[in-house]
Design a protein around this ligand. Structure first.
Ligand code: BT5
Length: 262
């Protein structure tokens, strides 16, 4: 059964039982001049993570990409990735799964690292296994965003055995399948709301901070300029991680972040 659905968001939905990559399809649509389309698939046969890493996407997940042409400066584009992480977290929570965000683009299942079954929301932890990942691609015109594709992969109704080590799924966490239509609709509606206007975008960072598992933790971030290790203290516009290191405060714009034990 497919997951075609109605939507209270300004996107038309293009649904595929299977496709190579929803991001790739959205990029094709961008090249054809389209906008405001959500490409959704049940299964992907050639999906990608960041840095061309493989993304495992069997039937039963929520694999989607949203194509828009936001009228914002290129410098604000990272806020769309953070907005997608917030939207994914909220949709997971609505489905009954305690999700938190690991900078910049991973959604993890909560957990304070203590092994306790019930994470304490007042004491956000390192976060556990990976539930979802986000891949943003864009093309700018001068210093404005031309088109922007935000791809979100969520392990929805999947047996973690079929996923890479360190991954989990909504169904595994809940002990039963979720309603994927509802989940995808919630995610897309929330994303639309968070990115609707420059004023709405101003609310993304505060919302992200509230849902973060990274802040306050010791982290090691692998960046193009080398490894940055220290305590993650904040995320600032347009999505940079602020890390207090032994050599002082650093702002990191991109990289792979690992949460360390305290
Ligand atoms: C990401 O990359 O986390 C971004 C993933 C984006 C996937 C979506 S699905 C819809 C759209 N269409 C696409 O073609 N892509 C997007 P990254 O941070 O680089 O993490 C990739 C790493 O996560 C891999 O190297 C694996 O270790 C791991 N991984 C692969 N598949 C996974 C899965 N289903 N769940 C959890 N981890 C996975």
């Amino acid at each position: 059964p497919g997951i075609a659905f109605g939507l209270d968001a300004p996107y038309s939905v293009e649904y595929h039982d299977w496709i190579a990559s929803t991001n790739e399809r959205a990029r094709e649509l961008a090249a054809e001049g389209e906008t405001d389309v959500a490409v959704v698939a049940d299964e992907q046969t050639g999906s990608r993570g960041r840095l061309d890493r493989e993304w495992v996407a069997p039937s039963g997940g929520v694999w989607l990409s949203v194509l828009t042409r936001p009228d914002v400066p290129t410098a604000r584009a990272p806020l769309f990735t953070l907005a997608a992480a917030v939207a994914t977290t909220d949709a997971a929570r609505e489905a009954g799964v305690d999700a938190r965000i690991k900078w910049p683009n991973d959604v993890l299942v909560g957990g304070d690292g203590s092994g306790s079954e019930v994470p304490d929301p007042a004491a956000p932890g390192r976060g556990g296994p990976k539930l979802a990942g986000i891949l943003t691609e864009m093309e700018g015109e001068a210093d404005r965003v031309g088109w922007l594709v935000v791809g979100v992969g969520v392990n929805a109704n999947l047996d973690p055995e079929t996923l890479p080590a360190g991954a989990t799924s909504l169904s595994a966490e809940r002990g039963g399948p979720i309603d994927r239509r509802r989940f995808a609709a919630t995610l897309l509606e929330r994303y639309a709301e968070l990115t609707a206007s420059p004023g709405a975008l101003d609310e993304v960072l505060p919302a992200w901070r509230e849902r973060a598992s990274t802040l306050g933790r010791r982290v090691r971030v692998d960046t193009a300029e080398g490894v940055v290790e220290g305590t993650a203290v904040d995320v600032t516009e347009p999505g940079a991680l602020v890390v207090d290191t032994d050599e002082g405060r650093r702002r990191v714009h991109a990289g792979d972040c690992e949460h360390l034990r305290d």
